[in-house]
Design a protein around this ligand. Structure first.
Ligand code: PLP
Length: 485
């Protein structure tokens, strides 16, 4: 019998579920004293993970859930490479630089080769962009002999949470331009009106996470030029950066606009790579101050580096290159949902991200709003059919408007769309039949279930009780929910 078939106390363990490990809890707090056979460890962990949702039915997320076999093979080949070992893996570094050049070109960066870097995702990319904007502003202010202790940044209240993090972590005052019940994006006039001498930049989102709408980058750009204001725009193109250039090339949002100084994009969203990879590109080296960049002399070779962390896997970068050199229907779904009586909040037709944002008719349509027959209840009912279609509370100043959002990814086929529409009809009917008492009970069951799950599923381990009820974020202050990204 091979050694993997002998269990911890020497008993033969010919079958996974016949072994003594199957009758014990999996270790949670202590590393066990003895080893577990590989095949048993594999099956036990795989079984536990089967409680997670099926990624393909997760219509909440922008992040890739499908890649071709060939891409997966390249990724698994590269899994043991540490990307930061430039000297050991020079070809991987070269491939990153090619990706930066291609993405810079895609975004119409003026130079032949672009300044930029791969990151773990758009969040790291945004942290780096904020640091660069802040440092650029600081150097300028110091030259003028002016104070540098009160930097601020202007953004829409519909920003992804990483912007709030960046502002807080790097001590930059956040100035929000609020949404309204009819405008879910930044207002360029209001944004520019908030600029003062301490503003390090304005953020515009190419594809907000609520409705997928593209913010008016050109509007902000033109106002800054008209008013002769010398500050830059950063475009958060986490989702839209790999959509707009292909679907709506006529939209002006990138380095073609002279005030755009930096852009981030998530490789793991419509860059079609599994998580986590992101990119940040600057218009020109002058916007990435030299004193933020480190030259790592690794075994004799110099490679410049601007990142928050050091080691990371090489697979995602190689996979990005694969997708870039290999490259490739939300409107139908929106029409079907309209027929079911929903109000469509997203623009569609290539003018926004490929997603459908919608809500039940409410007070704006002179309908009575029922707090138990709402978007959150429908989300719950869809969940029982396996679909993850989340409900959200909109950004502040929309009077807690509720909404739902379905993200369309590469693997969302027309036939899957048909199945979803059928289940949406079914769930709406059920919701109507079940009556308020039942829905209320179901919601409270779900809340309990969620609380139990959160005990396990908090990413800051044991952080739940210590850190809950914070009041510093938009979410803590206004009840805004952050859409899944
Ligand atoms: C997803 C997203 C982010 C965060 O990106 P990650 O790649 O998940 O770190 C930031 N901004 C917007 C608009 C997003 O959609």
């Amino acid at each position: 019998m091979p050694p993997t078939q002998i269990s911890r106390d020497g008993e033969p363990a010919s079958s996974v579920y016949g072994s003594r490990f199957a009758s014990h809890e999996l270790p949670c707090n202590d590393i066990p004293d003895g080893p577990m056979p590989a095949n048993i460890a594999y099956h036990m962990i795989k079984d536990e993970l089967s409680l997670d949702n099926n990624p393909k039915l997760n219509l909440a997320s922008f992040v890739s859930t499908y890649m071709e076999k060939e891409a997966e093979m390249l990724m698994s080949d590269a899994m043991s490479k540490n990307f930061i070992d430039y000297e050991e893996y020079p070809q991987t570094a070269e491939i990153q630089n090619r990706c930066v050049n291609m993405i810079g070109k895609l975004f119409n960066a003026p130079g032949e080769t672009s300044v930029g870097t791969s990151t773990v995702g758009s969040s790291e990319a945004i942290m780096l962009a904020v640091l660069a904007m802040k440092r650029y502003w600081k150097i300028k202010r110091e030259k003028e002999g002016k104070s540098t202790d009160k930097p601020n940044i202007i953004m829409s209240s519909a920003v992804q949470v990483c912007w709030e993090k960046a502002a807080r972590y790097f001590e930059v005052e956040e100035r929000f331009v609020n949404c309204t019940r009819t405008r879910f994006v930044i207002d360029p006039e209001e944004a520019v009106a908030q600029v003062d001498e301490n503003t390090i930049g304005i953020v515009a989102i190419l594809g907000t996470t609520y409705t997928g709408a593209y913010e008016d980058v050109k509007g902000i750009n033109d106002l800054l030029i008209k008013k002769n204001i010398d500050i830059g725009i950063h475009v958060d193109a986490a989702s839209g950066g790999f959509v707009a250039p292909f679907v709506a090339p006529e939209i002006e949002w990138d380095f073609k606009l002279e005030k755009v100084v930096s852009i981030n994009v998530s490789g793991h969203k419509y860059g079609l790579v599994y998580p986590g990879v992101g990119w940040v590109v600057w218009r020109a080296p002058q916007f990435l101050p030299k004193d933020l960049v480190f030259n790592i002399n690794y075994l004799g070779a110099d490679q410049s580096s601007f990142t928050l962390n050091f080691s990371k896997g090489a697979s995602q970068i190689i996979a990005q290159y694969y997708q870039l050199i290999r490259l490739a229907t939300a409107d139908y779904l929106a029409e079907e949902l309209k027929k079911l009586g929903f109000i469509i909040m997203s623009e569609g037709h290539g003018r926004s991200l490929p997603l459908v944002a919608f809500r039940f008719p409410g007070r704006d349509e002179k309908e009575i709003e029922d707090e138990h027959f709402d978007e959150f209840a429908l989300a719950l009912y869809l969940r029982t059919r396996g679909w993850v279609v989340p409900a959200y509370t909109m950004a502040p100043n929309t009077d807690k408007m509720k909404m739902m959002r379905i993200v369309i990814r590469e693997d969302f086929s027309r036939s899957r769309c048909g199945l979803l529409i059928k289940d949406m009809k079914l769930c709406c009917q059920q919701l109507e039949q079940d009556g308020q008492q039942f829905v209320k009970r179901m919601e409270s069951n779900y809340e309990q279930h969620k609380a139990a799950r959160q005990d396990r599923g908090n990413s800051l381990h044991n952080g739940d009780s210590e850190y809950k009820n914070e009041h510093h974020s938009l979410s803590g202050k206004t009840g805004k929910s952050h859409p899944v990204c």
